[in-house]
Ligand binder design. Sequence first.
Ligand code: FE2
Length: 206
Amino acid sequence: MSTTSSLFVTRLYQAALSEMGKPLDMVELEASCLSIAEDDEAGQTWCEANDYAGYTSYASLTDLPWRFSIFKDLVKVLDKHVAAFAKDVAFDLGDKKLKLDSLWINILPEGGIHTAHIHPHSVISGTTYVAMPEGTSAIKFEDPRLAMMMAAPGRRKDAPRKLQQFHYVAPQVGDVLLWESWLRHEVPMNMAEDDRISVSFNYAWG
Ligand SMILES: [Fe+2]
């Protein structure tokens, strides 16, 4: 009898932040994201210079968890989720730890997109969702082996989820998604009138 196995699996972690650690006030987190964006002139200038629709603190603020206690609390919760995911993917961490490397705010207005990318220099990356207006974009993940499939047919629309080449995930406010940092992803155009607000982060091993 023949058998077919799944090899080289790509894992995607999704949970409510509240499943671990101290509960966070998402209303306060949203207000903090908005007020930081409003005050961060260097960040606004960077977004304008780089044709970035909306706001990201990525290039301008590197110390959110040290400056704002709500981000410090968020990191404590994220540490627990990341540890759970590292266990799920069976990382052998040896005597080194997974540590937060960077954490930044994204505010994507109507019409804004975030094109496909990976997160270099880190091991686990993820996003937690702060404001997800109705009709806003899901996050899209793509099969990391696409570049090797030049001559292969696409997959049927009814293919099992684990065999599909693209996945759209529409998280709820308060959810966290985690993936290995090499996994390419994008945020298609925000078609909602209101801002889509999220906080993304990278964990490095060392
Ligand atoms: Fe990303």
